[in-house]
Design a protein around this ligand. Sequence first.
Ligand code: GLC
Length: 444
Amino acid sequence: MTLSRRNVLKTAGAAAALLPEAARAQTASTPAPANLGPTTSTVEDRNRRMQWWHEARFGMFIHFGLYSVLGRHEWAMEQEGIPVAEYQQLAKQFNPQPHAARAWAKLAKSSGMKYMVMTTKHHEGFCLFDTKLTNYCAPKQAAGRDLVAEYVEAARAEGMRFGFYYSLMDWHHPDGARCKTDEAARRRFVAYIHGQVRELCTNYGKVDILWYDVSWPLTPEGWESVQMNQMVRKLQPDIIINNRSGIPEDFQTPEQRIQAYDVPWESCMTMNDSWGFQRADDNWKSPKTIVRNLLTCTRDQGNYLLNIGPKGDGSIPDPSIQILTTVGRWMDAHNALIHRADRCQVKRSEFALFTRQGNTLFIHAYFWPGETLAVGGLQQKVLSAKLYPSGQPVQFEQEQFRVRFTGLPRYAPDPIATVLQVECDGEPTQDQLAIRVNRKREGV
Ligand code: GLC
């Protein structure tokens, strides 16, 4: 009897309906590592490889595949129970405009992003790159060309670093589920996966990031992740690898949330609620929310990987363009504060976020309080203050528990976030309890 994928899922002991969630949980809960990943050589080597990435801070994620034609989210195949034979017909339609990736790279650059990560193969199993290991790939289907090569060329033309997203989980490959329970299938499937990772790391010159996703249904031992990543590092000595092959490697990947780790981390996030193009998803984040998220990542020394989901023809949905254009205008004036920032301990405010460079504190007021702006608990003496980037001087008064910046414009000079640059006599820190504990309580 040949096992259908559905039967395999049943015999694997998990309710099929729950699998997506289970798979997600598996990626989301990879624990923060106490030490470096097994294939990383030394701390110094990792710091060297990752320096550009830390400075880059802001990147573009691109989810592109057959699901972009459907326009109902990249999990449609699984969640709607679409049979493989029916789904793969999409490969006969998927034929994006030539060099669609050029517009992505231009938008990324004008938004202040410094790198891009594109899905080379998502869970659906369709490969956007030229592979000798399957015919289920763009060059051998309607598109008739290597879409990864186009993406690489576009990224390079705009001076963007780039990475490859690659899903280990595969809903199309015959061994993609039965590999869990059938050793011969596991060997075949691991040879396929390692072979494709080898192709990706061999055929496109220098690759900056390898971004694995969902490692269901195997363990890192089952995937032979250590051997796979050793191979990757041999082929690409400077590459940065994420944590989703089941071993920590170079960085953590909190998804749809911002969470600081004490190792390098990158928060990936959608602009609406979908990674792949979803025609009717109108739940867009505002440009201000996106800037706030980027500032939060910057403050805590993380990266922000923000997604676009191009349509089947490769064009970017209009709302994404509009939002990123506004973000880009803010970034034009402020990107130096994002790309060069030290960890900032100052956090408390309900209308501003803080970043730091040495002894300089930058107050990013996203809800402008008006003519006076106050911060509590700053422990250093303020030496001077001005508006950024105009350099217009700002008056201030400092008392024990409060510094007040006065004579400010009544309305926000920048509606996204107006920035005050504050020189302090030491590294700015905030005592978050002092006010509650030490301030005299006698009123009038
Ligand atoms: C999840 C989803 C996937 C998406 C990824 C991005 O793992 O399964 O669709 O590509 O998150 O982080």
